[in-house]
Design a protein around this ligand. Structure first.
Ligand SMILES: Cc1ncc(COP(=O)(O)O)c(C=O)c1O
Length: 264
């Protein structure tokens, strides 16, 4: 792993950084392929709108891209970008003029298991909070608890429900459900992360005239679907073949999306 903090290597991190103290910040996980970031524009836009929503000054894009390139190199890598509100005095109150901090880390690219994937329903629920919904913010304890629920390597993803029982997403992915000629992804206005790959799937669906919508999704919808798949920046798309051992129908929409993405 190679890390830059505000562009510099070998610098320690201030223990009073608000990202560490309060999860006061945002992150992006970027798939770096053949020396370039995949979906760079979507990552930068999400980071910028997330900063605006939290009142954190936007990090300079050119510096971010240059630091990503420095830690990733010319081949394939996984790049994690964390932007925090920076340091501050003790207490929740944000500083009036924050100096945001950038932490950019490059990791070896690891191949996600080939599909189809087996999934489980997680017992840990997502709390609903519209003021944080959609953001890729640093508070990920719900996902940490959910991911701690299983260690069977044959289970590839856990699906998470909100506190009223709607299916929202995977622990580290967004969800798509195809049924009756319609492609649906759960609404993210109360919880969940608005994934860059989810945005790409919706763009693809629009480009090829598919009927695609954001809607509430139930576990019964998954069981009755023609195809269920999950997406993320790193995995692109993986079809789910079962939930808690019950088989799901198989379809090829996810493959059509992958082919489209590769061609663009
Ligand atoms: C909770 C959660 N939801 C959704 C996603 C997918 O987002 P993206 O497509 O931006 O990778 C991730 C990715 O890590 C995630 O952690």
């Amino acid at each position: 792993m190679r890390v830059l903090v505000d562009g510099a290597a070998d610098v320690g991190l201030d223990p009073l950084d608000r990202g560490l103290q309060y999860g006061d910040g945002l992150f992006e996980t970027v798939a770096w392929r053949r020396g370039a970031p995949r979906l760079a524009e979507y990552h930068l836009e999400r980071m910028a709108t997330g900063c605006d929503r939290l009142g954190i000054p936007r990090p300079p894009e050119r510096a971010l891209l240059a630091e990503m390139a420095e830690v990733a190199g010319a081949g394939d890598a996984t790049v994690k970008v964390v932007v925090t509100r920076g340091s501050g005095p003790r207490g929740y109150r944000p500083p009036r003029a924050p100096s945001p901090r950038r932490i950019v880390a490059g990791f070896e690219a690891t191949a996600a298991p080939a599909g189809p994937w087996q999934a489980r329903l997680c017992a840990t629920r997502l709390g609903r909070n519209p003021s944080l919904a959609g953001l890729k913010h640093l508070n990920r304890l719900e996902q940490v608890l959910a991911r701690a629920e299983w260690d069977d390597p044959g289970i590839h993803e856990g699906l998470m429900l909100d506190d009223v029982g709607r299916v929202v997403c995977g622990t580290q992915s967004n969800l798509f459900v195809a049924a009756g000629g319609r492609l649906v992804t759960p609404r993210l206005d109360e919880c969940g992360v608005a994934g860059v790959m989810r945005r790409a799937v919706l763009a693809w669906a629009r480009a090829c005239g598919l009927d695609a919508a954001e809607a509430h999704v139930t576990v019964d919808d998954l069981r009755a679907a023609d195809e269920v798949f999950v997406t993320s920046a790193l995995i692109v798309a993986r079809r789910l073949s079962s939930i808690d051992g019950s088989p799901l129908a198989g379809g090829v929409l996810h493959e059509e999306f992958i082919a489209w993405l590769e061609a663009h």
